[in-house]
Design a protein. Structure first.
Length: 203
C-alpha cells in the first residue's frame, strides 16, 4: 500500500469515528425536525422535549422475573421512571401507566420497553411488585457513577430527579429526548410515542 492509499484509509477511519459519535444526536434532530411531534409539545397532554437530547450510556437492564429477558437500554424505545431507594405507591402507579401506554402502541409494543431506575437497586425486595408487572425491566446500577448519571435528569441545578416522579422517553440510540410530569394524561404519552414509532425505523 503506497503513502497516498494509507492517507486515504486514515481519513476514512477518522470520518467513520466522527459519524459514530454524531449519529445519535443527528437521529434525534431528524425526529424532532421532520416529524410533527414538536408541533404539539406545548399542549397539556404532551411532554416536554429535551433540547438538545442527552445521550445516555448503554446500560444493562435486568428482568427480575426472567433470566432470558435481560437487555440493554439501547436498541428499543424506552419509557424510564426514576424512584429513590424503594418503589412506593407513586412508583407503582407509574409502572402501571407505562405498562398501559406500551400496550396501547398495539403492533409496535415489542419496540418499546419499560425501565425502572432505583438509586439503590434491590430487585429481590421488589419481587412482590414485579410479579404484577411482567416484563418490567430494572436498570442495573452496577457500573454507574450514580451522581454523574443522574445529572442527565436534572433540569434545575439542585433538583432530585427521584422526587419529580416523571416518566422519561429514551430513543433506541440512547438519547434522553422527552419528559412527562406526573399529571400528564397518559393519552398524550401514547400519541407522542405512536407518532415516533410510525416516523422512525430504528428500534
Amino acid at each position: 500500500m503506497n503513502e497516498k492509499d494509507t492517507i486515504f484509509k486514515n481519513r476514512i477511519t477518522i470520518v467513520l469515528i466522527i459519524l459514530i459519535f454524531i449519529a445519535p444526536l443527528a437521529a434525534s434532530w431528524l425526529l424532532l425536525n421532520y416529524t410533527d411531534i414538536a408541533e404539539e409539545r406545548g399542549t397539556s397532554n404532551h411532554g416536554d422535549l429535551i433540547i438538545p437530547p442527552r445521550p445516555l450510556p448503554n446500560i444493562k437492564l435486568i428482568d427480575p422475573l426472567s433470566q432470558t429477558n435481560n437487555g440493554y437500554l439501547h436498541g428499543k424505545w424506552s419509557m424510564l421512571y426514576i424512584a429513590g431507594d424503594s418503589c412506593d405507591q407513586i412508583c407503582i402507579d407509574n409502572l402501571y401507566r407505562m405498562r398501559q401506554v406500551r400496550l396501547a402502541t398495539g403492533k409496535h409494543y415489542q419496540r418499546v420497553q419499560r425501565v425502572l431506575l432505583l438509586e439503590q437497586a434491590n430487585a429481590g425486595s421488589l419481587a412482590h411488585i414485579f410479579k404484577d408487572y411482567s416484563g418490567q425491566l430494572l436498570m442495573s446500577t452496577e457500573n454507574i457513577k450514580m451522581d454523574k448519571f443522574m445529572d442527565n435528569f436534572r433540569f434545575e441545578q439542585t433538583e432530585n430527579p427521584a422526587d419529580k416522579h416523571r416518566i422519561y422517553l429514551v430513543d433506541p440510540l440512547g438519547n434522553l429526548m422527552m419528559r412527562y410530569s406526573p399529571d400528564t394524561d397518559p393519552s398524550g404519552i401514547i400519541k407522542d410515542l405512536a407518532r415516533l414509532l410510525r416516523a422512525s425505523h430504528i428500534g
